[in-house]
Ligand binder design. Sequence first.
Ligand code: ADP
Ligand code: ZN
Length: 708
Amino acid sequence: MPLPDYKKLLLPTLKKHFGYDQFRTQQQDIIEYVLEGNDALVIMPTGGGKSICFQVPALLFEGITIVVSPLIALMKDQVDGLKANGIDANFYNSSQSSEEQQAILEQVIKAELKLLYVAPESLAGLSNILNERYVSCIAIDEAHCISSWGHDFRPSYQQLGFLKKSLPNIPIIALTATADKATRQDILDQLQIPNAQQFISSFDRQNISLEVRSGTEKVKQIISFVKKHPNQSGIIYCLSRKNTEELAKKLNSNGIPATAYHAGLNFNERNKVQEDFVYDTTQVVCATVAFGMGIDKSNVRWVIHHNMPKNIEGYYQEIGRGGRDGLKAHALLFHSYADVIQLRRFASGASNEEVQIAKLERMKQFSEATTCRRKILLSYFGELLEENCGNCDVCKNPPQIFDGTIIAQKILSAVYRLKEKEAIGTILDVLRGSHNANILEKGYDKLKTFGIGRDVAWKDWQHFIIQLMNQGYCEIAFHKNNALQLTEFSNNVLFKGAKVSLTRPVHIAEPKVKEKVKRTKVKRGASKTTADSLFERLRQLRYKISKEENIPAYLIFSDKTLMEMERDRPMSIMDLMDVSGVGQHKAETYGDEFIEEIMKFLGSKPKKEKKRSTHLVTYDLYKKGLSIEEISMQRKLRDTTVYSHIAKLHSDGKDINIYDFVSKREVEDVKKAKENIEGSTSLKAYYDYFDEQLDYFKIRLALSVIDN
Ligand code: ADP
Ligand code: ZN
């Protein structure tokens, strides 16, 4: 049971540990419900804020919260994120030695942990502590993995029913971002929590703007897009391994740091790509859909679909990886008929071919929409959006309707003259009067319709053909080499004078779209990311710390938090703690460095605080004879942070026996390195120089000796 007054503690707990001032919709209801000892099923979109729903209760329950999570790769980041907030957490999985595992069990017994992440396969190893004496709550993350209906079924999830049986009085909270009705019921059945209340949040991710463009000159468009978003992390989803590699190469040759990710890479290679992305070292990953399950990175600012996804679920999940921090993010999809044809080919012959093709059709409708795209998306998930969203390309540039009868007649008569045997590409060639080999060979240049459409651009013709298909005037015969064919309605247009309305294509190859930001207001100064902005400096500082401490940058502070720092310019720890996302622990750990950077930017010196600076507190403990481990334990800081204090104290001329921490030999090595490294003198440059063999803290300490 939680503390009796827990309701009063909810907001202070949120503020103290996570630095947030308010709960998001539903979070508080869910938390109270679980704290009362009830089972719950939470359905929230990616980035909705599910973790808080079990992490806040975990802090208020007396015992430990067990978090069952399918992805070993992600556990470390999740635990690092909690530790960065000063929360005692650990994970337990097959990547650890039996000694490590034993030590963790002891931590549980000594009540030194609030949260323990565990892979379902490893639960058996916890049998000694998996009882009501130690455990206060059980969270099942990615709960859809339990259902064979779902798309991520994990057999090891199916044995989780035993948890309710052996700990009947302990609340279970299951969480997922995807769950249709069948999956939801399956989760309740299998976890044996039939009375769990279901908390279903809206799937609307208002901060993600939606855009679809025609796929002509994709690479050029992508390069121009990425260059307009300097320093912003993004993912480009491609259909094939080859695509990912070729695209990454092209981006690199245009000066954009990009890597490819696909299932053909080995485990280590994939880890490296993922880690470099998560750590903000590479800006762009060109990936197949294999990329993303393990990505919790909150500052992905854009997601591009180089190729069309095969269904809306996939599309929504992939774009959902953008903007988890709630800041603006952009989703750009390139639409092309070639993709539709290829996806159809993939689907054909599959056991559920019909379902797959129907889903692809919905995806196609979304891409070709002339009404608010978000309405279409949400309606797919059974939600009704009353008003147009104002944050999709259709809302921003509503299509202009005109009388397209003549255009329709030209297209349909070309189809007719080509005897309904040719695919869209050839029809366009005929309309545009191209003299390519195929046309000449077949004698199409002799046709009456040849060249009647020179005045209209290729991609506009494409746009018009798509509209005609959507209106039922022609269709693709997928089983006949994708030939474009007439329908029963074509005659009305060709011979009976029926009028056809079309919409004008919007040209956005060079996006001049005026961002009428209607719903996501950008605050003053928030969007500047020029090289010299305060945001950029804070981002660099965050990057430096992330490298030193070996944790992903977004776990130190989110982009959103950095933007608020840029806007509010806190100059004291107290001010800093008013910034959303800065809890007490982070303020103590990183506060000084960030304030110093802000001061430097403003050209002033830090105010003297009444509170003793954090490195001086470390100094007091050092003088008392505590070891680095003891200091970091007592202060709940990382070892690396304490070492950085030691380096600073030494540089400041304090009495530190520096050679207790770094050998003379290592100092000499660093000195030599210093002479050899040109230009950049970042710690990272040294770290690379030593082939990652000399720890950051040692480099830092050695430099404090050399520079003195
Ligand atoms: P999910 O697991 O649902 O995908 P997360 O739990 O990772 O989402 O949360 C997404 C982001 O939103 C994280 O950066 C998290 O810190 C942030 N967040 C969660 N709750 C709040 C809140 N009440 N106020 C501000 N930010 C929040
Ligand atoms: Zn819209």
